[in-house]
Design a protein. Structure first.
Length: 103
């Protein structure tokens, strides 16, 4: 199971964000009891005024070597579980994501 879904010109990525963490990082995958798969991420930013969301976009952009402008929220801006839209070639993005999770 993957937290990513490929579309023609973008990837949708399910992320479970932990704000107020001791460090920024991507912590692998988490699967819920009902079979949903999420990428676990944490940021040091606090969850107010969109600070944690901006930190998540910055973290994902750096990890996937993409411009921040290519990442946007589809849903979950005020929730812990979020869906990100990442612009680009889906096959290339999935390869980058796999490499990131293999570390």
């Amino acid at each position: 199971m993957s937290p990513a879904k490929a579309f023609a010109d973008h990837l949708r990525l399910a992320v479970r964000l932990t704000p107020n963490a001791s460090r920024d990082g991507i912590d692998g995958l988490d699967t819920t009891a009902d079979g949903e798969c999420w990428l676990k991420a944490r940021v040091t930013a606090v969850p107010e005024d969109g600070k944690a969301n901006r930190a998540l976009i910055q973290l994902m952009a750096k990890a996937l070597r993409l411009p921040k402008s290519s990442i946007a929220f589809i849903s979950g801006e005020t929730a812990r579980k979020k869906i990100l839209r990442i612009e680009g070639d889906p096959e290339d993005l999935i390869k980058k994501l796999d490499q990131l999770l293999a570390r």
